[in-house]
Design a protein around this ligand. Structure first.
Ligand code: HEC
Length: 137
C-alpha cells in the first residue's frame, strides 16, 4: 500500500504539466487543472491519465450533487472540503487521494504554521470545492 502511494505521487509529479491549460477561469479551476486533473480528468469525469495505473478509480466529480446520500441534488460542500483537505473527516486516516491540506500548507510555509499560511490553505481548498460545485450536472 505504501509503495503504491509513493508510485502514484511520483507519477503525479511527472504528469503535472497537463495542468498548464485554462489558466484564466478562476482560482479553483486553475488549481483543479494543476493538482486534480491527472486523476479526475480535465472535465471531472474521472478519466485522468493516472487512472490507467490506479487500482481505486475516482468517481465522476460532476455527479457529487446528484449522488449526495444525505440530500439528493444538493452539493455536499462539507464532505468535499474534508476530502480535499484530507487532514480532517473520514479520510484523515489515509486513502488513494493525496491530502491537499498538508500539500498546500507546506507549499505556503515550508511547514511553519503561520496564520497567513492557514488562511491561504483554507482558501485554496474552498476555491477547489466551489469550482467543483460549479461543474455539477
Ligand atoms: C492520485 C490520484 C488523485 C488525485 C491527484 C486527486 N484525487 Fe480525488 N480521488 C481520487 C480517488 C481514487 C478517489 C475515489 C476514492 C475516494 O473517494 O477516496 C477520489 C475522490 C475524490 C472526491 C470524493 C468523491 C466522492 O464521491 O465522494 C473528491 C471531491 C475529490 N476526489 C476531489 C479531488 C480534488 C479537488 C483534487 C485536487 C486537489 C483531487 N481529488 C486529486 C484520486 C485522486
Amino acid at each position: 500500500m505504501k509503495v503504491q502511494k509513493a508510485c502514484l505521487a511520483a507519477a503525479a509529479a511527472v504528469l503535472m504539466p497537463l495542468s498548464a491549460v485554462a489558466q484564466d477561469a478562476g482560482i479553483g479551476e486553475t488549481l483543479y487543472n494543476q493538482y486534480c486533473a491527472t486523476c479526475h480528468g480535465l472535465d471531472g469525469a474521472g478519466e485522468g491519465p493516472l487512472t490507467q495505473i490506479m487500482v481505486d478509480k475516482p468517481s465522476d466529480l460532476r455527479l457529487l450533487s446528484a449522488n449526495n446520500p444525505q440530500v439528493a441534488g444538493e452539493f455536499p460542500m462539507l464532505h468535499v472540503i474534508h476530502v480535499i483537505d484530507g487532514r480532517t473527516g473520514l479520510r484523515a486516516h489515509g486513502g488513494p487521494m493525496p491530502t491537499y491540506g498538508d500539500i498546500f500548507m507546506s507549499e505556503e510555509t515550508g511547514d511553519r504554521e503561520t496564520y497567513g499560511a492557514v488562511l491561504a490553505t483554507r482558501g485554496r481548498v474552498l476555491s477547489l470545492a466551489m469550482y467543483l460545485e460549479s461543474i455539477q450536472n
